[in-house]
Design a protein around this ligand. Structure first.
Ligand code: ADP
Ligand code: MG
Length: 622
């Protein structure tokens, strides 16, 4: 019985997008269809562990590509798991996958940008319509009756038909009726070149017809390597091989930045091949992780599942690759993986390998590392909050802008910092702020400048949160300059600088200011932080920096945390002027202005801007 169905609206949207935006890169349809065939073979091999009869009669798993030049069709065939009628409707007619939904949500409507996104995403089955005016799919689920075959057909224009057929072989056959202008995909050498380019490292044989011999039909021959790349010795593999496999496994047109390929033998044996992509995927910080394209778990060369969640911590979600274990049971389930001792060992080793790979990059390939840091630095910072065991290793990878470097580029490591510490300096100092300039010009840095003490400038949103998990580096406390007490008195002054005037405020001044400012501040005290500015706001050591408090408030989150303390520069002329001011009204104006200056310098907003202007004017004309 043949029925006609309309595509889900979202499918139509994807179809239109794929066809229009990918036209310039249309050849990728072959990669996508071969990758689906390979997935189908993987699934059959996996189900075959429990039900070997599924493979009976046709145990050699393979993909075939065949051309009919006269009929202008290109056919891809696999003897994999196949689909039932329900599965065809479900998998090909609707978009149930959360990944695709997220993809749609992330589209901007800007065609050029979207085309790049699509390329990153892996476009799947619908890419067939880039080159085909009509697509026919015939499939039968492995183990099902011959009469349980299904034929699906569509011109990619809003509807498809579906019909029950008889199909004696299991698996899926896809016939592309090529558009007239796509005849290049009938060319044998063109297709072979595409297989080499995109599908060389599919672990199953891809077979195409060879030259016809006199009087006989041409026989199929294998046109790809057809071996699991990670099982081959490193010495046999070129960078090109690794990059090719990366594209396959990451469903990506992009390059890998670096990789680590290791065979472990010992109390358990496994091979891992781990990649760091050159570019972050579009949704790295969006709707969570696309686990389907993360880390694939194999057991004895059989693809068991995508196990990124079991084998990688969240902050390493950008890693792609393969782990192939000889010791895990073939029937291992997700639940079992979670608590399995072998898995936990593999997981720790995988994390270590990735971090070592990055560390080596930082030491030996600074340019590469720079690009890594700009793509994935945030993830490493997240790692500080998640991965206690590797905190020291992660801290070594951190990079910041700094008062000892120019510009906003994060180039300074803790190690660099330690090498430049001043005599008697015992702590590592950083400042967090909303922007590079807010950090670099903060009054909090004045005393540090006077002492020649370097301060790391941290202005990523995540910085304050991440650094709050890092209490020390190499035994040195890591401390925010804007919080708590800072004592630089043991450190000699820098050449040509006069130190912050430390110490006490004139008798009674703090109390007068406190009563003038009321609830706005917690306390008033003399500052050891300042050389030029009159005043600065400080929070307690355990509190969030003021700019972070603002951020949270803007996001509608309540922030605990008390009022800031106002620190006043005892050596500043304004301090002396306030102390000498007998008129209480004028004193209140001065005190309020000093407080307001501190708020502005810190990047905050005034509660009462026009009051501020009035106060200034009163003093200007006085
Ligand atoms: P993805 O491969 O990322 O899941 P696709 O659009 O490529 O997305 O394919 C959609 C679904 O259609 C697959 O997940 C699979 O369930 C099904 N499918 C596609 N091709 C085949 C095939 N050759 N054999 C069996 N199932 C297939
Ligand atoms: Mg696919």
């Amino acid at each position: 019985m043949s029925e006609t169905h309309a595509f889900q609206a979202e499918v139509q949207q994807v179809l239109r997008l794929v066809i229009h935006s990918l036209y310039s890169n249309k050849e990728i349809f072959l990669r996508e269809l071969v990758s689906n065939a390979s997935d189908a073979l993987d699934k059959l091999r996996f189900e075959g562990i429990r039900a070997p009869e599924l493979l009976a009669g046709d145990p050699e798993l393979r993909i075939e590509i065949e051309v009919d030049e006269e009929g202008k069709t290109l056919t891809l065939r696999d003897n994999g798991i196949g689909m039932s009628r329900e599965e065809v409707v479900e998998n090909i007619g609707t978009i149930a996958r959360s990944g695709t939904r997220r993809f749609l949500e992330s589209l901007s409507g800007d065609e050029r940008k979207d085309a790049q996104l699509i390329g990153q995403f892996g476009v799947g089955f619908y890419s067939a319509f880039i080159v085909a005016r009509e697509v026919e799919l015939r499939t039968r689920r492995a183990g099902a009756d011959d009469r349980a075959g299904v034929a699906w057909r569509s011109a990619g224009e809003g509807e498809y038909s579906i019909e029950d057929i008889e199909k004696p072989t299991r698996g899926t056959e896809i016939v592309l009726h090529l558009k007239d202008e796509e005849a290049e995909f009938l060319s044998d050498w063109r297709l072979r070149a595409l297989v080499h380019k995109y599908s060389e490292h599919i672990a199953f044989p891809i077979r195409m017809k060879g030259r016809a011999e006199e009087g006989a039909e041409a026989a199929f021959e294998t046109v790809n390597q057809a071996s699991a790349l990670w099982t081959r010795p490193k010495s046999e593999l070129s960078d090109e091989d690794y990059q090719g496999f990366y594209k396959h496994i990451a469903h990506s047109d992009g390059e890998a930045l670096a990789w680590a390929h290791n065979k472990v033998e010992g109390n358990q044996s496994y091979t891992s091949l781990l990649y760091i992509p050159a570019k972050a995927p579009f949704d790295l910080f969006g709707g969570g992780r696309d686990e389907r394209h993360g880390l694939k778990l194999y057991v004895k060369r059989v693809h068991i599942m995508d196990a990124a969640e079991q084998l990688l911590p969240g902050y390493l979600r950008f890693v792609r690759g393969v782990v192939d274990s000889d010791d895990l049971p073939l029937n291992v389930s997700r639940e079992l993986l979670q608590e399995n001792r072998l898995t936990q060992q593999i997981r720790s080793a995988v994390i270590k390998r990735v971090l070592d790979l990055i560390e080596r990059m930082a030491e030996e390939q600074p340019e590469k590392f720079k690009s890594f840091w700009s793509e994935f630095g945030q993830c490493i910072k997240e790692g500080l909050t998640e991965d206690y065991a590797n905190r020291e290793k992660l801290a070594k990878l951190l990079r910041f802008a700094s008062t000892a470097s120019e510009g906003a580029e994060p180039t300074v490591s803790f190690k660099d910092y330690l090498g430049r510490m001043r005599p008697n300096q015992t702590q590592v100092y950083y400042i967090t702020a909303e922007s590079h300039l807010a950090a670099r010009h903060s009054p909090h840095l004045e005393a540090f400048r006077a002492k020649g003490v370097e301060v790391l400038l941290a202005f990523d949103r995540i910085d304050e949160w991440a650094l709050s998990y890092l209490h020390e580096f190499d035994g040195k406390p890591v401390v925010s300059v804007a919080k708590g007490d800072i004592d630089l008195s043991q450190i000699p002054d820098a050449e040509g600088q006069s130190a912050a005037s430390g110490g006490e405020l004139p008798e009674g001044l703090a109390d007068r200011i406190k009563s003038a400012l009321g609830e706005r501040i917690k306390n008033v005290r003399g500052s050891t932080r300042l050389t030029e500015s009159a005043a600065v706001l400080v929070v307690d050591a355990h509190e969030l920096a003021l700019h972070t408090q603002r951020l949270l408030r803007q996001a509608g989150q309540g922030v605990g945390g008390g009022q800031p303390t106002l620190e006043l520069n005892p050596g500043h002329a304004l301090t002396a002027k306030m102390a000498a001011e007998a008129d209480e009204a004028r004193f209140a104006d001065l005190a309020t202005l000093v407080y307001e200056q501190a708020v502005l310098a810190e990047g905050g907003q005034l509660e009462d801007p026009s009051g501020f202007v009035r106060r200034i004017n009163r003093l200007l004309v006085a």
